[in-house]
Design a protein around this ligand. Structure first.
Ligand SMILES: [Zn+2]
Ligand SMILES: [Zn+2]
Ligand SMILES: [Zn+2]
Length: 163
């Protein structure tokens, strides 16, 4: 029989948040960062220095038996401990900031580009540098209808005007 994992109630989940990024404590290692034991840090923030950094081993042992919701609002996947990090990287509901200023969920990126920025969609796999939208360093390349989002970084020191 498959090991049944428990989904925590929303009330409990909201008390179990990282004190740095405010996301659920679902990416290990989880550490305790206050001497009172009431502040924690998640693995997403592992590189952030904190005075205290005590491994919350008991929490991780319990978490193995739990399921957690995805941190992205519109995603309704429940994830097992250990699967969260990989899921967050590819979750279709993760918000992306389009260079036009709008925030678009990854799954609707293609649609957003088609509606608002058709000029940056390339149907063959070439990128033409057009000065008209050179400040727009993003292109969507359609290769056999599979979209690839490309960010272009170019060094154009010669073009920088000082006024
Ligand atoms: Zn965090
Ligand atoms: Zn998700
Ligand atoms: Zn846009």
């Amino acid at each position: 029989m498959e090991n049944q994992k428990t989904l925590l109630s929303a009330d409990i989940l909201h008390t179990l948040k990282c004190s740095i990024c405010d996301n659920f404590l679902t990416v290990p290692p989880i550490t305790i960062t206050s001497i009172y034991g009431n502040e924690w840090k998640c693995g997403r923030c592992a590189s952030v220095m904190t005075e205290l950094n005590i491994p919350a081993i008991m929490f991780e042992l319990i978490a193995v038996n739990l399921k957690f919701p995805c941190i992205y609002t519109n995603c309704d996947e429940d994830l097992a401990w250990g699967d969260v990090k990989d899921h967050e990287k590819s979750c279709p509901y993760q918000p992306m900031k389009c260079p036009c200023g709008e925030t678009v969920e990854m799954h609707s990126c293609h649609m957003h580009f088609r509606q608002h920025h058709p000029e940056i969609i390339s149907k063959d796999s070439t990128i033409m540098e057009n000065p008209e939208y050179s400040q727009f360093h993003t292109r969507l390349i359609l290769n056999n209808d599979i979209p690839f989002l490309v960010y272009i970084l170019c060094d154009r020191k010669a073009d920088i005007k000082v006024s």
